[in-house]
Design a protein around this ligand. Structure first.
Ligand code: RUQ
Ligand code: CUA
Length: 763
């Protein structure tokens, strides 16, 4: 084997395939390291609890809002290693998002009044649920600024759909899902007239401005929101805020906070007290309690009004039908979080030290008995706070959001002003523990913490300010996520993670085992529609089709060439290049761009994707693969030739290599030598139980796939050699070697894997 390795190394180094040197540990003891780095026992414990050794994986996967970046950030827990940015509302070049035709079509769904909106203020991600538990199939996230909601499929972590809210001008209370993801909720934020482009002066705020809540119908089979089956409830102009769906006993109901139920209109420039004063003048705001199941039935029964083509149940109808109620809640509430058992709704008032625990049972009793304290100015019955409260607990300054533990009755609430996490018992109304975070926590999040079966273990504090925690990087500082161990009685701070994409409002974490993402697409798939791409082709079917001024290229990508390698068009032509990645191998993504035409595509194995542009400048434009996919990646190239009108070729001779018979013979020998190596690797692999390692099986398949492409090439180079065309003979022999190199690369990777993972000899 030693002998083989030496030989292999020299040949494969020539092909650019390197070997990792074995890591040498220095002789430091643990004590030496602690001393040298100034670490405490506590630090060491925290490190041991978060460190995920090389080759091992995280237990949970977190989907964090990317805030104003309009993206979603994916990271692992407990390591806090970032795994992915999912492009959602904002173009993202690596994924080709906004630079290829299919993803441009997704972004175009988010146009408002025909205008492109290329960013989003993402707030709250939600994972789809089955029977109240995260199922790991879909992710939803809202855009507060431009009232929109996006659907991400967790089979490929790609954004599939963006829907625009037809009646709001801003939103906040989304995305949250019902227990079987029948609906995704999206509540308005700043009140505005519901009719599109209707103007009413602020003096008519109380009469003409409205809030509301939208229930987006999710079609799980299609993996898309069905806008026709979706509906909204008209609500008073109370700045609706965070929302949650009921579950268990409260199934069929939803709860939405509000602030500024004063309906105050500011105007600091006119000498009026500002919004912040007028919107916090009263001691209470309102929680909206809505029977959404009945609301859906009312829509079916034709009791909704069409506004901007969308079904809206007007307040009057909602009151008459008994599906809408209000309950006072303390000063400027923010979070509304239903407990895992569905019995309680926990609300925190930003300007009150209390968290209030509302009992769903008490709310229902009041509704049944018709026991209301009053009506609001729009005739909505108001249930007395005392009649709905289970308990109130004084927790600290600026309580915002609540998350739940796997242990019954245990909740965690963020304390924005105190910069603390409060752990408490909501059944008994007792404070249990407090932990300082750095600084000014907004949301917090426990593992599967808003499902019916929270997983406990960890909590993440999503802090608004990082101030002194990280190496300074200028006035705009990173956001900060802090990982906290909640498995014991006392919370323990484990890790500070700077997040350089902000502002992440909320995050959700799922058991990593529940995620079953695909490794490859069925060949020719348009990943944004999940359907066969009209531009797909198989190997050997590549073509260039001209139709008037339109040129359509049907190209394929495979290590390490793009077919075709030359595209000739005339200036002014509209060029569409469809690219199918023929790879089956895991992680063999090819990228594609054409110089200066502002197009880019990421073609993962099996995907077909198209780029389109007008070839409006005559000249020579290299195109190439942008992903370092193989040793000959740099050679994965071609030319777009944009010719002037009426250009005619004169004499054409391509540059020659002047290869000799000796060159040809040397190449043939190289091919034979490499085959010996491949054979020995194959002998090793088949001598062990490689079939027990699915990753290796995939590599072996891919290796033979590559080797299979050499078929017919031997006859080809021998044919040219017989005609003494040494150039063609040499280059076709060389092409065999290129396939061999890829085969050997995979084989050696498989061999290393087997050796490291304890493969056993088979007889
Ligand atoms: S909200 S903390 Cu959307 Cu609480 Cu930001
Ligand atoms: Cu394909 Cu680089």
């Amino acid at each position: 084997m030693k002998q083989f390795n030496k030989q292999a190394t020299s040949l494969l180094l020539a092909a650019g395939i390197g070997f990792a040197a074995s890591a040498a540990w220095s002789a430091d003891s643990l004590q030496d390291v602690l001393k040298a780095r100034g670490l405490s026992q506590q630090d060491l414990l925290a490190a041991a609890k978060t460190y995920v050794p090389t080759g091992k994986r995280d237990e949970f996967v977190t989907f964090s809002s990317g805030g104003q970046s309009g993206q979603v950030i994916v990271y692992g827990i407990p390591s806090m290693r970032i795994l992915k940015y999912i492009a959602v509302f904002t173009p993202e070049p690596w994924q080709g998002y906004g630079f290829d035709e299919s993803s441009k079509a997704v972004l175009a769904q988010g146009k408002i009044d025909g205008k492109d909106i290329t960013w989003g203020d993402t707030h709250h991600p939600a994972i789809s649920e089955t029977n109240g538990e995260y199922d790991g199939q879909f992710l939803f996230i809202n855009d507060k600024a431009n009232p929109r909601l996006a659907v991400i499929d967790l089979r490929d972590f790609e954004t599939k759909q963006i829907v625009v809210n037809p009646i709001f001008k801003s939103e906040h209370g989304g995305a949250f899902v019902s227990t079987n993801t029948e609906y995704v909720i999206e509540a308005a934020q700043y009140a505005a007239p519901l009719e599109n482009k209707k103007f009413y002066p602020l003096e008519e705020f109380n009469e003409k401005y409205r809030g509301g809540v939208t229930y987006w119908k999710f079609d799980r089979k299609e993996g898309r929101i069905d806008t026709k089956e979706s509906f909204s409830l008209e609500l008073p102009p109370y700045s609706q805020d965070l929302s949650d769906f009921g579950k268990g006993p409260s199934e069929g109901w939803s709860f939405t906070n509000s602030f500024c139920s004063e309906r105050y209109v500011g105007g600091i420039e006119k000498g009026r007290p500002p919004y912040e004063a007028g919107c916090s003048a009263k001691d209470t705001d309102y929680m909206h309690v809505i029977n959404w199941k009945k609301a859906a039935e009312l829509v079916k029964a034709g009791k909704a009004k069409k506004i901007n083509g969308h079904n809206v149940i007007m307040m009057e109808t909602a009151v008459k039908e008994g599906i809408l109620f209000l309950i006072p809640e303390p000063k400027s509430p923010h979070g509304a979080d239903v407990s895992p058992d569905g019995k309680f709704i926990i609300v925190a008032g930003k300007l009150d030290t209390h968290v209030s625990v509302y009992s769903f049972e008490k709310i229902q009793a009041a509704i049944k008995a018709g026991k209301f304290d009053s009506k609001d100015p729009y005739g909505i019955p108001v249930i007395g706070m005392k009649d709905a409260l289970h308990t109130q607990v004084s927790l600290g300054l600026g309580p915002l959001h609540t998350q739940y533990d796997s242990k019954p009755c245990i909740a965690y609430t963020s304390l924005y002003v105190d910069s603390q996490v409060g752990k408490w018992n909501y059944c008994e109304g007792k404070v249990l523990d407090k932990l300082s975070v750095h600084y000014n926590i907004g949301h917090l999040m426990t593992m599967e913490g808003d499902s019916m079966k929270p997983a406990g273990k960890y909590l993440v504090a999503l802090n608004k300010l990082s101030i002194d925690r990280f190496v300074p990087v200028g006035p705009l500082q990173p956001q900060s996520h802090q990982l906290i161990d909640i498995s014991g009685d006392k919370m323990q701070l484990l890790y500070d993670m700077p997040l350089p994409l902000g502002e992440p409002h909320y995050a959700v974490s799922i058991d990593a085992k529940k995620l079953k993402p695909a490794v490859r697409y069925k060949v020719g798939t348009d990943s944004r529609t999940d359907k066969p791409h009209p531009g797909k082709v198989r190997a050997g079917e590549e073509k260039i089709v001209r139709n008037g001024k339109k040129v359509e290229v049907f190209a394929t990508l495979i290590r390490s060439h793009i077919t075709p390698e030359t595209i000739e068009v005339e200036v002014g032509d509209e060029v569409t290049i469809n690219l199918t990645n023929l790879e089956r191998a895991q992680d063999e993504t090819h990228g594609f761009t054409v110089s200066t035409y502002n197009v880019h595509a990421s073609a993962e194995p099996g995907k077909t994707v198209a780029v389109k542009f007008k070839a409006d400048k005559e000249g020579v434009y290299p195109y190439y693969c942008t992903e370092f996919c193989s040793a000959l990646h740099l050679e994965m190239q071609g030319y777009l030739l944009v010719k002037p009108k009426g250009w005619k070729p004169t004499k054409m001779t391509l540059a020659k290599g002047n290869y000799t018979e000796a060159d040809y013979k040397a190449t043939v020998k190289k091919v034979a030598d490499t085959q010996v190596i491949i054979d020995s690797v194959v002998a090793y692999i088949t001598s062990v139980n490689y079939k027990d390692f699915p990753d290796v099986v995939a590599m072996v398949e891919d290796a033979f796939d590559q080797l299979g492409k050499t078929k017919g090439l031997k006859e080809k180079h021998e044919g040219y050699a017989a005609k003494k065309d040494w150039e063609s003979a040499n280059l076709w022999a060389e092409q065999i070697w290129q396939y061999q190199v890829k085969t050997a690369d995979l084989g050696l990777r498989a061999k290393t894997y087997l050796e490291q993972n304890g493969a056993k000899k088979v007889k």
